[in-house]
Design a protein around this ligand. Structure first.
Ligand SMILES: *Cc1c(COP(=O)(O)O)cnc(C)c1O
Length: 240
């Protein structure tokens, strides 16, 4: 077996296991797996893995750093058959770059960033999807440990701002479960925030929650999008 064939077999195995987990979680929750979009988080992994994953039926990938994502997209020659979701902390000065390749920006958590993305999208003539990232940490830490996200009480106002932007499409909410705590109550809080936003904006139906370690809890709490990295691609440690 060539290296590429071996890698394809490994990715196929991992994907099958993840899809089985999603299927089982859906069965327990009385949900249809077709309601759920699996986003393969390909950060730290090469464009060749993206090609293999698309060949295995993956329709969306996630990236969390602008520099890495734009280089990878250039290598992929902007494949039309895979959606790119930007899921990382985003500085306003990277907005123009991110809208040049991202179909969806999931990590939108402050008014200045909304304004910067809208201006950049207008200049580029695009209309990316946007998710409001909600902090589920209780007391959001600041500094390097801060994983971003707006306070849940401020999420509706931020969604309102996104919905008012001509060049952005409000799709819903995104969150990362708090470190070292039960994800279920956190995802339940996210679902309540999502429901509130959807009452005002009927197109805002997406809930992006759940990663390799907690996708079952996310499915149980209504997630529509799962962002799964290591369970599909393997440990990122060996690729740093
Ligand atoms: C890396 C990352 C993921 C994927 O994490 P895994 O635990 O590897 O599945 C999901 N969401 C965000 C925001 C990430 O940065």
């Amino acid at each position: 077996m060539s290296g590429t064939e071996a890698r394809r077999a490994e990715l196929a195995d991992n994907l099958e296991r993840v899809r089985e987990r999603i299927g089982a979680a859906c069965a327990r929750a009385g949900r249809d797996p077709s309601e759920i979009t699996l986003i393969a988080v390909t950060k730290f992994f090469p464009a060749t893995d993206v090609d293999l994953l698309v060949g295995l039926g993956v329709t969306a990938i996630g990236e969390n750093r602008d520099q890495e994502a734009s280089a990878k997209v250039a290598e992929l020659a902007r494949r039309r058959d895979v959606e790119l979701h930007f899921i990382g902390r985003l500085q306003t000065n990277k907005a123009a770059s991110v809208v040049s390749y991202a179909d969806v920006v999931q990590s939108v958590d402050r008014p200045k960033l909304v304004a910067a993305l809208d201006r950049a999208a207008a200049a580029r003539g695009v209309r990316p999807g946007v998710l409001v990232q909600v902090s589920l940490d209780g007391q959001p830490p600041s500094g390097p440990a801060d994983r971003g996200g707006v306070d849940p009480r401020a999420a509706a106002a931020l969604a309102e701002q996104v919905a008012g932007c001509d060049h952005l499409q409000l799709r819903g909410v995104m969150a990362v479960a708090p470190l070292g705590a039960d994800p279920a109550p956190a995802f339940a809080r996210l679902r309540a925030v999502a429901n509130g936003i959807r009452e005002a904006h009927e197109g805002a139906t997406w809930i992006s929650a759940g990663m390799s370690g907690d996708l079952e809890a996310a499915v149980a709490q209504g997630a529509t999008h799962l962002r799964v990295g290591s369970a599909i691609l393997g440990s990122r440690q060996s690729h740093r």
